[in-house]
Design a protein around this ligand. Structure first.
Ligand code: S3P
Length: 181
């Protein structure tokens, strides 16, 4: 019977797809201030915050690492951590610059669930201004115009790797989580 092998191949494929969705991480991407960590914490209280894990590994705040070793060194360490985390099954909140390198974009494209929290530049900038808690080197060291061009450049990259895009401009965190669950 010729149909039997086809059926078993289909069963294997479907099981693989299910396995990929359940046992691969759910990755949140977006520009600084998009709310990645807030949403990740609501989706899973054991979420991994890449910036936090990095500053633990680097044994200093990210801002200090930027000052001492520069952005390129930071990107290297960030990329290593991304590779490691792609083997996990957790909710992951990334840093806004995760999409900057082509290697990271290639890695992200292999993951079945990358959620892009999208909003406009003015909304993000306002949030960055109001956020006293985080010390973001790129926000602190760049003019508004520079940040805007960084935002424009990255937009296409977020879209390129996203498997789901949510316009979060007018949504509350609770509403965003509802969309995702
Ligand atoms: C960065 C964003 C930050 C942090 C670092 C660089 C960026 O993370 O990784 O300051 O390049 O956009 P958040 O997006 O969580 O602020």
């Amino acid at each position: 019977n010729w149909n039997e092998p086809k059926l078993s191949i289909r069963v294997i494929r479907i099981s693989f797809m299910i396995w990929r969705i359940y046992f691969m991480p759910k990755i949140l991407i977006g520009f600084m201030g998009a709310g990645k960590s807030t949403i990740a914490s609501l989706l899973d209280e054991n979420f991994i915050d890449m910036d936090e894990s990095l500053s633990e590994k680097l044994e200093m705040p990210i801002k200090e690492y930027f000052e001492r070793y520069g952005e390129e060194a930071f990107r290297q360490r960030e990329s290593e951590l991304l590779k490691e985390l792609l083997q996990s099954e957790q909710v992951i909140s990334t840093g806004g610059g995760i999409v900057s390198s082509i290697q990271n974009r290639k890695l992200l494209k292999q993951n079945p669930e990358n959620i892009y929290l999208k909003t406009d530049f003015e909304t993000l900038y306002q949030r960055l201004e109001e956020d006293q808690k985080h010390q973001r080197p790129l926000y602190l060291n760049n003019s508004k115009a520079d940040l805007k061009s960084l935002f424009n450049q990255r937009q296409a990259w977020y879209e390129e790797v996203a498997t789901k895009v949510i316009d979060v401009t007018t949504l509350t965190p609770k509403q965003i989580v509802e969309v995702l669950q």
